[in-house]
Design a protein around this ligand. Structure first.
Ligand code: ATP
Ligand code: SF4
Ligand code: MG
Length: 353
């Protein structure tokens, strides 16, 4: 690892320089290309004979990430956000689809290749308490990442760990503490240090601040943004919290029952959500709608999301959507471009009241 990596952090904030990510789905210089990603989980049989039922957690999604950008995945609990993150990191194997990282098709990679690539693709998730080993001081845990990937010499790994911990705001006597001697926010900073010390390029952040107090959430979100700027990180940022997403995302993909239903630049989505499901989500969060000074015409959805074991025929939202027509009950809408920017999977997006 270059020492510049841990020494160049400007945690003072400042303007975050973003790459030109004006494209809605098909950036040309993408670091990650996902095509037709599908994950079906086999479920227990309810009868001894007969086919084994499956649960489709992710149903053929495609997207790309430009180096340095943040793509947020949003949607209700169970829509498949974490499954997408786990698939991208190869923590679970896809049923169908391909994942290419820096042009290399990782769907064909063997275990050794994935181990080598893991350094480039790290995960930060919600539950920092369980992510840390209670028996090891945090500097040892951060140094462990360097051990695993044989980065640097044995003698300077602890030094690098200390610099990384300092970069996330855990310098001084905090470096030698055990996880239980840290607050929730400090534990999450330690988890971030452990993920970043190996110099990843892509970080999947799965609800990274959901378990923290609101005041601490803002600090950790700002830290993630500062680190992204300092190290040129690319984030796949999973969250159900639209006010956090509005703050961090360059583009947003809205998920419903394992599919992307809308993908758009953050400003476009929050100002003019086109899909009834996006309108329901954004319309329900006053903080999310008011920033752009426009009123999002909210949509009231009926009932709860159906089980992904039994997705509705046609558009998956049709049983809940106030605009559903016969066509919606027959045909599954594909993602398509909208004149105002963004992609939407709705037969009637342009003509809705
Ligand atoms: N290992 C598994 N075996 C069977 N079903 C699974 C498994 N992992 C996830 N699922 C199911 O897949 C669907 C998507 O789950 P996932 O965890 O990706 O949702 P999520 O959007 O991350 O939800 P949350 O916001 O609650 O974290 C859910 O119905 C879940 O029950
Ligand atoms: S396709 Fe039909 S059911 Fe689906 S979101 Fe659009 S209007 Fe509603
Ligand atoms: Mg999840």
């Amino acid at each position: 690892m270059s020492t510049a990596f841990v020494e160049s952090v400007d945690v003072s904030g400042g303007e975050i320089i973003r790459p030109e990510t004006t494209l809605d789905t098909a950036p040309t210089d993408s670091i990650l290309k996902v095509r037709g990603l599908t994950k079906r989980f086999p479920m227990p049989r309810d009868r001894f004979f007969g086919p084994r039922p499956t649960l489709t957690a992710v149903a053929g999604i495609s997207f790309e990430l430009v180096a340095g950008e943040t793509l947020a995945l949003v949607g209700e609990s169970g829509c498949g956000k974490s499954t997408v993150g786990n698939l991208v990191l190869n923590l679970i194997a896809p049923t169908e689809g391909t994942i290419a990282f820096e042009g290399e098709d990782l769907s064909r990679a063997d275990a050794a290749r994935w181990r080598a690539r893991r350094r480039d693709m790290q995960l930060i998730f919600q539950d920092s308490g369980s992510a840390l080993d209670p028996r090891l001081t945090i500097d040892r845990q951060v140094a462990e990442g360097l051990d695993i990937h044989a980065i640097g010499t044995v003698s300077d790994r602890l030094d690098r760990a200390h610099r990384m911990l300092e970069a996330v705001g855990l310098g001084g006597d905090l470096v030698g503490r055990y996880p239980h001697e840290l607050s929730g926010g400090q534990q999450q900073r330690a988890v971030i240090a452990r993920a970043l010390v190996v110099e990843p390029k892509l970080v999947v952040c799965d609800e990274p601040v959901a378990a923290l107090d609101v005041s601490v959430q803002a600090q950790v979100v700002n830290l993630l943004q500062d680190l992204q700027q300092a190290y040129g990180l690319t984030y796949l940022f999973i969250s159900h919290d639209l006010s956090v997403v509005r703050h961090v995302a360059d583009r947003v993909a809205v998920m419903y029952l394992g599919r992307f239903v809308e993908v758009a630049r953050r400003d476009v989505l929050f100002a003019r959500p086109a899909h009834p499901y996006s309108r329901a989500l954004i319309g329900a969060v006053p903080a999310a709608r008011s920033r752009h000074g426009r009123k999002v015409h909210p949509v009231a959805l009926a009932g709860e999301p159906p089980s992904p074991m039994f997705p509705p025929i046609g558009c998956a939202l049709n049983p809940r959507c106030p605009f559903a027509t016969d066509r919606c009950r027959r045909e599954t809408p594909e993602l398509r471009s909208l004149a105002g920017g963004g992609l939407v999977a709705c037969h009637h997006a342009e003509g809705l009241p």
